[in-house]
Design a protein around this ligand. Structure first.
Ligand code: NAG
Ligand code: NAG
Ligand code: NAG
Ligand code: NAG
Length: 357
């Protein structure tokens, strides 16, 4: 299918026409995977994608969106050199330009999959540009109703606050705290049930997931393992804040020679010596509001046990949280709090043999 599409442009164009007719049943959107999810925001990894973009030198978000969309819509309806009608996609994305010297917005339309490789060219008077996006992460907050000049600032503030408050906040670094985009998914005649999102580019905190997806010198795709382990090292962060270290167990196949991460991901392989941990299970989502309480319960249980004085003094970490379920699973979730135990003090942990207590 792919090779057919590459060497036959006429086929591509007819596909675009067909998708415009079929398109009314389900609107296409750029594909992404959710790499981190919390109650009020999520981090998505978007694939490489091609957008058509209209620059509008207008300070008002609403006016810019209206004008930009008008130009894009003409392109979609056939104002292009193939006179092709394209399928409408969602969202319409309006980005601010985070540079003090120029005022304005970019309004963007995601090109349907069938047209990503060889999109028809817009008529020059529409003054549109192609935008090719690399694979990247965005922090996303959803909101309903109409996105207006009056309410988007609050939505941006709320996203910034949520990211800063998040348990993984230290590892999420936003690209630019003043640059954001508003994604609108519904036509303006829909008065209720509307979906909008604020997007902000994420610089880091995504490295582990990119590594898994193949961002390593050996170009290997690594299959996901469980759990994802977040360790909390008190006062190790800047200004004595806690540092969070997120770890992922390498599949057996890669244990001997892990693929080498791209240097910009700033990841380190970390070999664990055989050691013992105390584990307490809990259900639901692991959140700021409950992990500390769970860690305290584990500490209380331990203090009443024969291992009261066995928590490892060598461990850099106060405790770790192991999460076993994808963010999409809502019931029957399994998480654990882990605390390192000093093996020498406990029979069964002093050697490599396993013991259950
Ligand atoms: C549209 O223009 C582009 C660039 O000039 C060209 O590569 C493409 O073949 C044109 N398509 C049609 C259908 O004329
Ligand atoms: C608005 O768009 C979202 C996302 O595509 C969709 O789930 C929702 O049903 C739409 N709302 C209406 C009223 O069509
Ligand atoms: C992965 O790439 C690194 C750097 O190019 C190389 O030294 C190493 O041998 C490779 N490992 C495997 C398993 O191919
Ligand atoms: C742990 O140490 C404290 C103080 O050194 C001692 O009072 C307590 O009995 C010890 N607990 C156990 C279970 O060894």
């Amino acid at each position: 299918m792919e090779s057919k599409m590459e060497n036959s442009k006429p086929l591509l164009i007819s596909l675009c026409v067909i998708c415009a007719i079929v398109g009314s049943s389900g609107t296409e959107s750029p594909q992404f995977t959710v790499v981190h999810s919390e109650s009020d925001f999520e981090i998505r990894l978007y694939r490489e994608s091609v957008w058509m973009s209209a620059y509008v030198p207008e300070i008002s978000f609403e006016k810019a969106t209206r004008e930009g969309f008008h130009r894009l819509y003409q392109y979609v309806r056939g104002a292009n050199n193939g006179s092709s009608e394209l399928e409408m996609t969602a969202p319409v994305l309006t980005s601010t330009i985070p540079v003090a010297t120029s005022v304005g917005h970019y309004v963007r339309f995601y090109l349907p999959t069938e047209c990503q490789e060889a999109p028809p060219h817009p008529l020059p008077e529409l003054n549109l540009q192609f935008d090719k996006w690399k694979r990247h992460c965005v922090a996303v907050r959803k909101f309903s109703g109409f996105a207006t000049d009056n309410n988007i600032d609050q939505q941006v503030e709320d996203l910034l606050t949520s990211v800063a408050r998040s348990q993984t906040g230290n590892s999420i670094v936003l690209e630019d705290k003043h640059g954001y985009a508003i994604a609108q998914y519904n036509a303006s005649f829909h008065l209720s049930g509307r979906l909008n999102e604020v997007w902000m580019g994420v610089l880091s905190g995504k490295g582990l997931f990119q590594y898994i997806e193949g961002a390593n010198l050996n170009d290997s795709r690594v299959s996901m393992t469980l759990p994802v382990l977040t360790s909390i090292a008190p006062e190790a962060g800047p200004l004595h804040s806690s540092a969070y270290i997120v770890q992922f167990y390498l599949p057996v196949k890669f244990q001997g020679s892990p693929p080498v991460p791209l240097p910009e991901l700033n990841l380190q392989p970390h070999a664990w010596a055989s050691h013992c941990i105390a584990v307490r299970k809990f259900s639901g989502f692991a959140r700021d509001s409950n992990v500390v309480a769970e860690a305290e319960k584990l500490a209380v249980s331990l203090s009443r046990s024969p291992w009261a004085n066995s928590t490892s003094p060598d461990s850099k970490y106060a405790y770790s949280i192991a999460q076993y379920n994808s963010p999409f699973r809502f019931i029957g979730r399994v998480n654990e709090v882990w605390v390192d135990i000093d093996g020498l003090k406990i029979a069964g942990c002093s050697s490599d043999d396993l013991a259950t207590f």
